[in-house]
Design a protein around this ligand. Sequence first.
Ligand code: NAD
Ligand code: UFG
Length: 348
Amino acid sequence: MRILLTGGSGFIGSHIALLLLERGFDVLILDSFINSSYNVIYRIENYLDNKKINSKLETVVGDIRNKKLLNNIFSDSIKEEKPIDAVIHLAGLKSVSDSLINPLHYWDVNVLGTLNLLLTMKEFECYSLIFSSSATIYGLSDTVPMAEDHKISPINPYGQTKVAIENMFHDLYNSNINFWKICSLRYFNPVGAHPSGLIGEDPIGNPNNLFPFLTQVAIGRQKLLKVFGDNWDTKDGSGIRDYIHIVDLAEGHLACIDYLNSKDACLEFINLGSGKGYSVFQIIRQFELSTGCQIPFSIQSRRDGDVAECYADISKARKLLGWTPLKSLDQICIDGWNWQMKNPNGYS
Ligand code: NAD
Ligand code: UFG
């Protein structure tokens, strides 16, 4: 099979690309590189060479909002007799705080970009799609674990764009029920890195998220970790989240391809998480235990928009996809630290 992977050089996309190529898929990455490095591509190519993997990796530098470009990609693939069998769509903007400042930019890139992609897929009769949605669409509720039928009530523009896209899928599927095969995967907190240390998360500027911040404290790029609140209504007062190893998350996409291939038509919304909740203090302790690093931290006030507890009910993913996360929190810490040590300044 040949897969079009939008956003394929980003944190999550690069791990999916590597896994797809290792399993014999040909991959065409479309990425604007607005939030990623071209070194990702070189590293994946080297990895394939070293392992003598023959799957084909092609890269197009471009924007999903460019309709003409999308059209060319699909028409060339037909002319060259290597049609695109399915699309994994990850390209987009993902910062909650930035989305509050630049909401229209988020609607433009995430929603219009996805609309362009769907229009082009329809025109070229490519009906299989896996999309990167987010647990952020569940909003502020404190009911855990969160199953897919949990109330949808995003509290920031980023989350609104993910909901708008999921609504687009509903309308599309209902209009054309015999054709479309769509899975919208709602990620919880993907963390860690590929065990090789070749690819990992490399945020531009100061990381907003706990895990990359913590590894940067460990390597000395940040002085100390700010813990946003120790007075939440949780077992130790710090916030609880569902951290899933990035390779487990990537495996979920492979399982999803098998699922789509087994169907004539479908539209599913599926949580991808570990199904377990860990507090910030537990993460710090486990990281120190797994790596031998000391993590200095200070308690700060709560961060706006945070919830006490958020973790997934993953029974649907287990049942429908036959997928289960395999990697422990210990492994997440070891692989995340391995990536940070081998790449103290990320890809640069
Ligand atoms: P990322 O920023 O590392 O990857 C996104 C990629 O999309 C980048 O390589 C970027 O250059 C590219 N891109 C951005 N705008 C583009 C455009 N207009 N045209 C083409 N390419 C464009 O982010 P990630 O963490 O790998 O996330 C991937 C997807 O998963 C995103 O859609 C994000 O919303 C979603 N998601 C991420 C998380 C998370 O915690 N990382 C959680 C839930 C959902
Ligand atoms: N936290 C800190 N210090 C930090 C960063 C985070 O204490 O420097 C705490 C937060 O308060 C929270 C936990 O660590 O309790 C996790 O925070 P993250 O920012 O790592 O993750 P979130 O769950 O807040 O959000 C992430 C993405 C969202 C996505 C959501 C669900 O940033 O875009 O996961 O997928 F929607």
